[in-house]
Design a binder for this molecule. Structure first.
Ligand SMILES: [Zn+2]
Length: 108
């Protein structure tokens, strides 16, 4: 196992990332490539820093790449429906009176 990668935004050491899927649920995906739920593996997810919410990867392959190298995928363009899912998550934050991470609300 390589050195623990850090969030490119807040610098937090990331033992795990949060994943967010298109039906708006979330949990953890750790540096040993384990989800907290068996169902999560089947879902199409984005992966983000649990500390600041920065989106680090938009596929499991990219998330594993990040854990292995500590580097972001070169291509960070998200499909439109992922953007829509991100807005949906942002609205959930707002519904619960939390400030959504900037990454969820920027038009990108
Ligand atoms: Zn962070």
């Amino acid at each position: 196992m390589s050195e623990t990668p850090r969030c490119p935004n807040c610098g937090e050491e990331l033992e795990y990332m949060e994943y967010v899927n298109l039906s708006v649920s979330w949990g953890t995906f750790d540096r040993y490539y384990e989800y907290d739920s068996d169902d999560a593996r089947e879902l199409e997810c984005i992966y983000r820093c649990p500390s600041c919410g920065t989106i680090i990867a938009n596929s499991e392959a990219d998330a594993i790449e990040f854990f292995e190298t500590g580097k972001l995928p070169e291509e960070r363009k998200f499909p439109q429906r992922l953007r829509e899912a991100m807005r949906e998550v942002a609205s959930l934050y707002e519904a619960h009176h939390f400030q959504p991470p900037a990454e969820l609300t920027s038009s990108g």
